[in-house]
Design a protein around this ligand. Structure first.
Ligand code: GSH
Length: 107
């Protein structure tokens, strides 16, 4: 039978795909990368700086005109300030690590 099939629990807790539309040297993008690094999460980094078509695609999916634009799974977090606010509120890890707070409680 093998052991390759994830349990329902593992499927539920699969980390979301993290995507950031960015430019290489923008300070807010750099700060976002540093926070992702601190959290130890992998993310897709899409450089929109030299490709107007990609920048327009970012504007279309986010409704915003600045970089970075950050998505955690299907959730549009916003820019770096928005992600930092989630971190300050203690809400970022639950999103990054797909933690369902109702699970894992011993009773
Ligand atoms: N509050 C935003 C600020 C983002 C921001 O100002 N980004 C600059 C680059 S570092 C930008 O996209 N500027 C282009 C513009 O304003 O059109 C955030 O935290 O992401």
């Amino acid at each position: 039978m093998g052991i390759s099939q994830p349990t329902n629990q593992q499927t539920l807790n699969k980390p979301p795909h993290i995507k950031m539309y960015s430019t290489r040297f923008c300070p807010y993008c750099t700060r976002a990368r540093a926070l992702f690094k601190k959290k130890g999460v992998a993310y897709e980094d899409i450089d929109v700086g030299s490709t107007p078509k990609l920048w327009r695609a970012m504007e279309a999916v986010s409704g915003r005109t600045t970089v970075p634009q950050i998505f955690i799974g299907s959730l549009h977090v916003g820019g770096y300030d928005d992600m930092a606010a989630l971190e300050r509120a203690g809400k970022l890890d639950a999103l990054l690590f797909n933690q369902n707070l109702s699970q894992g409680v011993c009773s």
